[in-house]
Structures are given as structure tokens and as C-alpha cells.
Design a binder for this molecule. Structure first.
Ligand SMILES: NC(=O)c1ccc[n+]([C@@H]2O[C@H](COP(=O)([O-])OP(=O)(O)OC[C@H]3O[C@@H](n4cnc5c(N)ncnc54)[C@H](O)[C@@H]3O)[C@@H](O)[C@H]2O)c1
Length: 250
């Protein structure tokens, strides 16, 4: 039976590229997103030949019932769950703000999606993986998990928490054949970052800080997820794979 992968935040940017990569490799994909219309658009534009290997599910990963249902629907329709990719994430309000200007609502919302969402999806998926005695989890964290992004305290804190959830799962489940790793992208060109990268001056400022001299693509991140999901990464557990063109090495 072919590998089954659940990708959250699959309707856009990095998640969409991850879903596309697994589909192109012949795997079965449950594409989960809070935005049903965007999922349908992605199917029309990129996944039209996937047929029954693709399942679209609208769910808010921050809601316990929705997370449980997404995993249950995946197992029911696609047979099993081999790889969970926790990619859904938000940066917070449109404007970067220092901590004392950040609203409690904004902080809670960022943590609800980026941390609670990862916790809930793992909590729903792990019992299935335990039954199967194998499974892989890949969490999309960020270089903001180890270097702070100016004006994004909630986001940076949330991604640090994702790294620690990753290590905790690695420690608690390694002995039963479940691996958990994080991918930490730097600046990647997606709808999340378009507003900045579309402005030549801002783009130049960003690129200047990246040793490789270019922003990354969503496909670059998908390649790292593909690697961590497979047997070539069989001895990787609790690690953070950085995909940032050298940004965090300065
Ligand atoms: N783009 C970058 O430069 C960059 C860098 C580092 C880390 N990341 C991380 O990569 C991940 C994907 O980012 P992206 O750039 O592709 O963003 P994006 O905004 O293009 O896509 C995010 C997707 O997640 C979905 N989503 C948001 N909240 C959700 C929820 N509660 N439940 C289910 N789905 C939800 C959105 O509808 C959207 O389709 C995020 O975790 C982000 O923090 C991105």
C-alpha cells in the first residue's frame, strides 16, 4: 500500500508545495486547510490528475474536534496515516509590533494555530501511528525558532515551542518506531511573504541578509520534508533541518 501523508495548511505556499511533491512521487495525500475554496483552487490548478489519491479536508487545526476529525477522515478514506506534516501557521497581525504593543488576542491566536494546532494534530495522529508501530511527523517550524524576528515575539516564541514539541515527541516515541523532526525555513516566497517581497526595496533588504543572495522557494522546503519522511532519514529524530540559504548562520 502506498504511503499516506496528511499535510496541514496545504492550500497555499509551502503546504501546497509539500502536497504537490508527495502527489508527484505517487503518494496519497490528505490536504487539510481552514480555507476550503483555496483547497479547491489548488486541486484545479495543480492536483487535477491525483484522483482518489487526494482527499481535501477543511479543518481548523486549533480546534480539538476538527483535528481529530481530520485524522479520522484520512484513515477512513485513505486507509492509514504514515506521515503527518504540521505546516499550517500564521505570523500574527498584519503589522509587526514590539511585545508591549502586541494584543493578548494576537498572541493567543498565533499560539493557538502554531503551537496548539501542532499539539492537537499530533495528539490525534499518534494513536494511529502507535497501532501501526511506525510513523513520521515533520513540523514546519522556522529559523524564528532560534533567532528572533524583529516585531514578531509571538511568532518567534511559537516556533521555539514547535521545536520543543518536536524534541519531546522524538524522545517519547522513538522506541516505538515513530520519528519526529522539524524543518526550519528562512525567507521563502509564498503568499505569507509576498507583500514584503513584492516591494523592490524591501526585497533588496531581505536578500542582502541572505548569504546565498536569494529567497527560497516552497519547493526547497518540500524537498527537506520529503527527505525527512523517507528511509534516508531513518536515524534522524528530534532534529531541526534548516532551509535558509545561510540566513541564520551569520
Ligand atoms: N514563508 C516563509 O518565509 C516561512 C518561513 C518560515 C516558516 N514558515 C512557516 O511555514 C508554514 C507555511 O507558511 P506559508 O508561507 O506557506 O504560509 P501561507 O500563508 O502561504 O499558507 C498557510 C496556510 O495555512 C492555512 N491555515 C492558517 N490557519 C489555519 C488553521 N487554523 N487551520 C488550518 N489551516 C490553516 C492557510 O489557510 C494557508 O493556506 C507556516 O507554519 C509558517 O510559519 C514560512
Amino acid at each position: 500500500m502506498s504511503l499516506t501523508v496528511l499535510v496541514t495548511g496545504a492550500a497555499s505556499g509551502i503546504g501546497r508545495a509539500i502536497a504537490s511533491r508527495f502527489l508527484a512521487e505517487g503518494k496519497r495525500v490528505a490536504a487539510v486547510d481552514i480555507d476550503r475554496a483555496a483547497l479547491e483552487r489548488a486541486r484545479q490548478e495543480s492536483w487535477s490528475d491525483a484522483g482518489e489519491r487526494l482527499l481535501l479536508l477543511d479543518a481548523d487545526v486549533a480546534q480539538p474536534d476538527a483535528a481529530e476529525a481530520a485524522v479520522a477522515e484520512t484513515v477512513k478514506n485513505l486507509g492509514r496515516l504514515d506521515v503527518l506534516v504540521n505546516n499550517a501557521g500564521i505570523t500574527g497581525g498584519p503589522r509587526a509590533t514590539k511585545l508591549h504593543e502586541t494584543s493578548v488576542e494576537d498572541f493567543d491566536h498565533v499560539c493557538a494555530v502554531n503551537v496548539r494546532g501542532v499539539f492537537l494534530m499530533c495528539r490525534a495522529a499518534l494513536p494511529r501511528m502507535l497501532d501501526q508501530k511506525c510513523g513520521v511527523i515533520v513540523n514546519i517550524a522556522s529559523v524564528a525558532g532560534f533567532v528572533a524576528f524583529p516585531g514578531r515575539a509571538a511568532y518567534s516564541a511559537s516556533k521555539g515551542a514547535v521545536m520543543q514539541l518536536t524534541r519531546s515527541i522524538a524522545v517519547d516515541y522513538a522506541a516505538v518506531g515513530i520519528r519526529c523532526n522539524a524543518v526550519c525555513p528562512g525567507m521563502i516566497d509564498t503568499p505569507l511573504t509576498h507583500w514584503r517581497l513584492e516591494q523592490p526595496e524591501l526585497r533588496a533588504q531581505v536578500v542582502e541578509r541572505i548569504p546565498q543572495g536569494e529567497v527560497g522557494t516552497a519547493a526547497d522546503v518540500a524537498s527537506a520534508v520529503w527527505f525527512l519522511s523517507g528511509v534516508d532519514a531513518r536515524y534522524m529524530n528530534g532534529s531541526a533541518l534548516v532551509v535558509d540559504g545561510g540566513y541564520s548562520s551569520i
